[in-house]
Design a protein around this ligand. Structure first.
Ligand code: SF4
Length: 489
């Protein structure tokens, strides 16, 4: 064996081909699955990202906002490249690049110098600061550091600087999203509540959603209703901006004035109870008007819940256009149900996404057979079980909480399914199991434009049905005997 320089490389351990073959087969066995599920101190390929990544996502959802990582440069590169690869758009963020001296003496100097440079170079209207693991381990006091930064004149006193502690050893991207969003809203709305004022608007928080098409879909639905709105944390233009030959560092986001005035809203809906508990709790105690937390509107039932809630909050009839759209979605499901009926799926991802996938699959008469969440809770498990128990198609389906994608591999190799729904990281298990992977989650690195096709709302139903059923039909066309190769499917 030789390396790239054609130099002879001596293997330290020679593994005979038959031993490689034996292990390859063994990891597909029930015996190996048992050992895999007995694993306790090791996580292999978890189906989530780290807290600061969610914080960065939501920071991009506000006008002129620069995400600022207090911590390691390498961590910042990870969030940026992950967002960049998923959206195929720049994800401009800065870091104060703490190294060994910061780890020993604390990161205040890095933070102050970084803030001063970032403000001078990128002229943001707001800087959203969040942490990587390192400053959390050493216990950096962000509150004091940022107060000092303003006192010492590193940044203007009036510049809004929301900040969030986002230790990744305790939570995932959804928790970082929640903490950062709470802090942004607390900062922007401070002192802005006016007795007797009502903007007449609906505030809508889409939750930790990485699909720009979903944000546009919420806006379209609200326009159909004729309901004035503010989407809080709106990343749709930031990560889906037109290619016009010029670079805009702050391409979109919720206007800061609108975000500040959102505290005087007529009503607030937060989507995704598992990604926004902190934000919703704070809004409920603080914001004027009515407050509702709803699941991601995936599938017919959950979309109906959103539509009916908007109608109720604003005293409006559901517009005929949306009623027709619902009818078309139901028609699309009916036309295609035979391709999904009874099929087994393995699904994994964030709790809010899982509720949506499971609900949608059951509506189609499909079976969400293995449901896997790498960071879930008893509450999420109970809610998922409730969905399964409420449908005859949920019988025999199982939930695996706090398990990773290596567990998923064991599941699909020993108890096969027809397809997997999740993000790109599941492609290895899907390939080994020889089943298709429907990339509806985050991140999606290996397909294009997925984030432009909404998964929420009635349109989302049509998109998911179309993608799944056509793939099954493709497989049939590619694998059937000649005599069964038909024009009609
Ligand atoms: S888990 Fe911690 S160390 Fe790893 S990338 Fe995230 S913040 Fe950085």
């Amino acid at each position: 064996m030789s390396n790239l320089l054609n130099l002879e490389v001596k293997k330290i351990v020679e593994t005979p081909p038959e031993e490689v073959e034996r292990v390859k087969n063994w990891i597909n066995s029930a015996e190996y699955k048992e050992k895999n599920f007995a694993r306790q101190a090791l996580v292999i390929n978890p189906a989530h990202a780290c807290q600061p990544l969610g914080a960065q996502l939501v920071a991009h959802g506000f006008e002129g906002t620069l995400p600022f990582v207090h911590g390691s440069q390498g961590c910042a590169s990870y969030y940026r490249s992950t967002l960049n690869r998923h959206f195929r758009e720049p994800a401009p963020a800065v870091s104060d690049s703490m190294t060994e001296d910061g780890a020993v003496f604390g990161g205040q100097n890095n933070l102050h110098e970084g803030l001063e440079n970032a403000y001078a170079l990128y002229k943001p209207k707001m800087i959203a600061v969040f942490t990587s693991c390192m400053p959390e381990v050493i216990g950096d006091d962000l509150t004091a550091f940022l107060k000092n930064a303003k006192q010492k004149g590193h940044i203007p006193k009036e510049l809004p600087i929301p900040y969030a502690n986002t230790p990744s050893f305790n939570g995932t991207h959804i928790h970082g999203y929640d903490s950062m969003l709470t802090s942004i809203l607390q900062t922007l709305t401070e002192g802005k509540q006016i007795e007797g004022r009502c903007t007449g608007k609906l505030n809508l928080i889409p939750g930790c959603d990485f699909n720009t098409g979903d944000y546009r879909e919420y806006k379209r639905i609200l326009k159909e209703f004729g309901v004035p709105y503010t989407i809080l944390g709106d990343i749709s233009d930031t990560f889906d901006s037109p290619c016009d030959g010029s670079y805009h560092i702050y391409a979109g986001g919720t206007k800061l004035d609108d975000a500040a005035d959102s505290i005087n809203g007529k009503a607030t809906i937060t989507i995704g109870p598992y990604a926004t508990p902190k934000t919703f709790g704070w809004i409920k105690d603080t914001y004027s008007g009515k407050h509702v937390s709803l699941p991601m509107p995936m599938g017919i039932e959950k979309t109906d819940a959103l539509i009916m809630k908007i109608a109720e909050l604003f005293g409006k009839e559901v517009p005929a256009t949306l009623k027709n759209e619902r009818g078309r979605a139901v028609d699309a499901m009916t036309d295609s149900q035979q391709y999904m009926h009874g099929r087994k799926f393995a699904v994994y991802g964030d709790p809010d996404y899982l509720m949506g996938y499971v609900s949608f699959l059951l509506e189609m008469g499909a079976r969400p057979y293995h449901i896997l969440c790498s960071r879930g809770s008893k509450k999420a498990e109970k809610e998922l079980q409730g969905l399964l128990d409420g449908s005859m198609y949920g019988k025999g389906c199982k939930i695996y909480m706090n398990k990773d994608l290596w567990h998923l591999r064991s599941l699909v190799m020993t108890d096969p399914v027809d397809a997997i729904i999740g993000d790109t990281h599941g492609k290895f298990a899907a390939r080994d199991a020889k089943v298709p992977l429907f990339r509806f989650g985050f991140p999606v690195f290996d397909r294009v434009n997925k984030h432009r096709y909404p998964l929420i709302g009635y349109q989302g139903v049509i998109n998911m049905v179309t993608e799944i059923c056509n793939k099954f039909i493709d497989i049939k066309d590619e694998t059937c005997e000649d005599r069964y190769f038909e024009m009609m499917r």
